[in-house]
Design a protein around this ligand. Sequence first.
Ligand SMILES: [Zn+2]
Length: 376
Amino acid sequence: VSAGPLSAVPLLDHHCHGVVQRNLTEEEFEGYATESDWGPAPGTKVLDSPFGVAMMRICGPVLDLHRLTSPEDYLGRRQELGWQEVTRRLLAASGTTEYLVETGFPAPAIASPGQMGQLSGHPARRVVRLETIAELVAPATSPAGFVADFEAELDRQLRDAVGVKTVAAYRCGLDLTERPPSDAEVERAAAGWLRTASQTSRYRIADPTLISRLVWCGVERRTVVQVHVGFGDADVRLDLADPSRLTPFLRATRTSGARIALLHCYPFVRQAGILAHLFPHVWFDVSCLSHYAGPSAPTLIRQAMETAPFGKLLYASDAYALAEQYLVSATLWRRGLGALLEEWVRDGWLAPGQADRYAAMIGAGNAQNLYRGDPR
Ligand SMILES: [Zn+2]
């Protein structure tokens, strides 16, 4: 599976995670090849999936295998080469020239932004997760002191980061408040959270008032606020993860100086496109599905190109743990966008030079604008 006409376009991957820096057993590999936490249903296999199909076709030849290889042969060859060589080959083949690595979901042996920079030979910068910072300060804070302690740690971490991310969609849903919750509201909510957390030693933050406060702290710093939307980890509140729920929050933050980047957006790609069309401070991507949709990823890229200005669409992989995900995302993105732009040129909508310009913008230029605009 070739990357098509856009094979040479540089990609700035504005949302991804690190690779696992060790060899994986078959079971571990399959665990990372799905968003589910619970293993496949009896009689089914994880790699009998859109991602599995795309992975074998795209990554097999990079590991010297036939493109119609089997999962067994693929995983065997992966072991034989070792994780370092596999990572080196797959990242290089992806043509990704910069990585923004979100570090809020640490796992054993996951590469840091610095390590991703070394493994890829390209710049890698950090994005910090608001909820993880709140959970970090929680054991040593008080209800009245929580916001100040959170902000001090956030500012410390932002010295070394290009933006923040919220996983509100995993915790309470996307009904973020139109204004920062008051100190009294936050103190009351924090008292309840910290009491339960200290009893159970489980500091997972999920209270909607507290989550809204964290996001508003990001807004007040006039940085890029990445918002997880739709499909994702098994703890997602999918019923509350439609980005149209953010409309009042987006109206309220339009002139704040913060920029909002909606991540993944599946199956709400069209809603995200409308929001990016309407609100000057909203950008979006179709990451994650760029590999999990496999051969169907071009359909989502087409939807993403329906209503939003082309300056608002970003490339990202949302790759996590497996180097395969970076290459599958990048290849399907290039193929999907390339086929669409070629069609528009053929049908007389675009001059070839215009198509090249849009490809360069969506591949990297839009993200460079978005993250360079950081006034901090
Ligand atoms: Zn992610």
